[in-house]
Design a protein. Structure first.
Length: 576
């Protein structure tokens, strides 16, 4: 197999390294080849992000006869060394009403729902501790992690009770009085200070590492390689950290994507360019060399469950060409909150059909407004989304959900579905020939408005940065064909584009003013023979690193595509 110069640099490296790999750059291929090239008899641990990635890496090791590689997830590794030998019974997790009953939590003051609010925060506090690298619950600052001011203040008032409850909850798991969660035995694994029997440790998806697993990784005496994409961090809400920015290893890069073409690469760079509005930003170059022409898989990707279900309902009602559908993660996962409440429970509360409510938390609410207050105090975003869905469709919701269910195909027929629906988090790591994005992703204009109001309305830069990452990851799920809302990329064809084609005239072209902003006039090759000035060169690099493609730059500078590429190459800015 032929490797690019960037890939060869990784494969020939020695010692600890980190690799910043853009979407579709073949990082799994490079990691497995790296493992193959280790000296005979070496033992390599490949830490995969999730079970599906683990199974794929294991399959490839078997097919390509790569010996000496143990492919594990963080949890499978910890289960083997902690949960199994110590005899822990394991549960998928606990719900709010379980904690209320288990710990005997009663009301505080006049709020009848305070037990559920306290229990919700106990679960989140325990999760933060188990995913962090501190040794005691008292060492964490849980309240500081809550973005919403009202929810944060409510948690501060109750925190002595919350902290004590979390400590009791974890202690009962430790004593095996109750079943252990997956997060618990992973934390216990980290606290055991394990020394793993490997010569090399490969850590995949480092941008979404948990502090607990990063601590285990860095404490090993083996040669260490961590790989990821600093701009694909999208799990901050699960306490993930961008480990690539925290690890002080020599850094190599994989900037060529084999998944998509150069036009998709240009849009991906354009997304990342929005980060300049938030402050310091290290420009990234992405070269798209994908050549896929066929369209055998079509996907609609949304930021939220609400936007996805709205789009799915609209599609099955109005698009007769779509006869079969598939939801990544199964359709039921979009109609349940993490605490077990279903959209039907919320609907029955909304319609005052209290006898049909099964979830204890929903059943305890006086009315729909009462549920809204609970969501605000507990920070249960998934339950809030179910409320939005119910308010949008009301009595018609069961009919629409049944219709979606009737059209849904089984897992083994996923590839043949006319349309695949997914939120961005559920399709992380996936790719599709054609992708349609819903209108709930962040846009450059929205980021500008947020920044402009910072004095009156302070905002969390990390959270907005992650919203930009979500848009970038969504764009890069496409192998070739991409449709997007016009507001997302003003000046581009709002109906999407085909490779090598662009809508001519007004709306289809990006127009830049003299400062390089959208809106200026275009002159066709008017400066084809004019000399380049330093100001031209500076602006050229600024726009290119901000995500503009060669064709867009040609329109801005009045030159042809070849002249733009030639100049970028001379400036050592164009990556061939």
């Amino acid at each position: 197999m032929n490797f690019t110069p960037e890939q060869d640099a990784v494969l020939s490296s020695s010692g600890d390294i980190k690799i910043n790999a853009v979407a579709g750059s073949g990082k799994t291929t490079v990691l497995l080849e790296y493992a193959r090239r280790q000296k005979k008899g070496s033992r390599t641990l490949y830490l995969a992000f999730n079970r599906s990635v683990r199974m794929e890496a294991q399959r490839r090791c078997e097919e390509e006869r790569i010996a000496g590689v143990d492919v594990q997830t963080a949890h499978s590794l910890a289960f083997r060394r902690i949960a199994l030998p110590l005899g822990y019974r394991v549960t998928k997790g606990y719900k709010v009403h379980d904690i209320v009953t288990m710990l005997g939590i009663g009301p505080t003051g006049r709020d009848p729902h305070s037990p559920f609010v306290i229990a919700s925060h106990i679960l989140k506090t325990a999760s933060l501790f188990c995913n962090g690298n501190t040794a005691r619950v008292s060492d964490i600052d849980y309240c500081a992690t809550i973005p919403d001011e009202k929810e944060r203040e409510a948690a501060r008032r109750l925190y002595p009770v919350i902290e004590k409850g979390a400590q009791i909850f974890l202690a009962r798991m430790d004593r095996k009085e109750i079943d252990a969660t997956h997060d618990f035995y992973l934390k216990k694994f980290q606290l055991s200070r394990p020394s793993l029997p490997y010569d090399v440790v490969l850590f995949d998806e480092g941008q979404d590492a948990s502090p607990v697993m990063l601590d285990v990784f860095l404490s090993q005496q083996a040669k260490k390689v961590i790989v990821g994409d600093v701009h694909q961090q999208i799990y901050g809400w699960r306490h993930a950290i961008n480990a690539l920015n925290l690890v002080d290893f020599p850094c190599l890069a994989l900037t060529t994507s084999f998944r998509f073409n150069d036009r998709v690469a240009g849009l991906a760079q354009r997304c990342l360019g929005w980060k300049r509005l938030l402050g310091a930003f290290d420009p990234v170059r992405i070269r798209g060399v994908g050549t896929t022409k066929a369209v055998s898989s079509r996907a609609t990707i949304a930021r939220t469950n609400l936007a996805l279900l709205k789009t799915a309902i609209d599609t099955v009602v109005n698009d007769r060409s779509v006869k079969t559908i598939y939801f990544e993660g199964n359709i039921n996962s979009y109609t349940y909150a993490a605490d077990g409440a279903s959209v039907y429970d919320v609907l029955n509360l909304y319609l005052d059909n209290r006898g049909r409510i099964r979830n204890p938390v929903i059943a305890s609410m006086r009315d729909f407004g009462d549920l809204g207050q609970y969501v605000e105090a507990s920070g249960d975003q998934e339950l809030g989304m179910l409320m939005d869905i119910v308010k949008t469709y009301g009595k018609q919701l069961p009919y629409y959900l049944k219709r979606l269910g009737d059209m849904h195909v089984t897992d083994d027929k996923r590839e043949k579905a006319d349309m695949i629906f997914s939120t961005l988090h559920r399709c992380k790591g996936m790719e599709y020939d054609m992708v349609t994005l819903t209108d709930d992703f962040v846009t450059e204009e929205r980021v500008r408005r947020i920044v402009a109001k910072e004095k009156e309305e302070p905002f969390d830069r990390a959270r907005i940065g992650e919203e930009i990452n979500l848009a970038y990851v969504a764009v890069t799920r496409s192998k070739n064909f991409l449709k997007f809302p016009e507001a997302m990329f003003p000046g581009e064809d709002g109906a999407g584009f085909l490779p090598g084609k662009r809508k001519t005239g007004g709306a289809g072209r990006l127009r830049f003013d003299k400062a390089g902003q959208v809106g200026g006039k275009r002159s066709d090759h008017a400066n084809a023979y004019a000399p380049w000035t330093k100001a031209d060169d500076d602006l050229l690099k600024k726009l290119y690193y901000g995500g503009a493609t060669a064709r867009e730059l040609a329109a801005r500078f009045g030159r042809n595509d070849g002249a733009i590429r030639s100049r970028l190459k001379k400036l050592d800015a164009w990556d061939f």
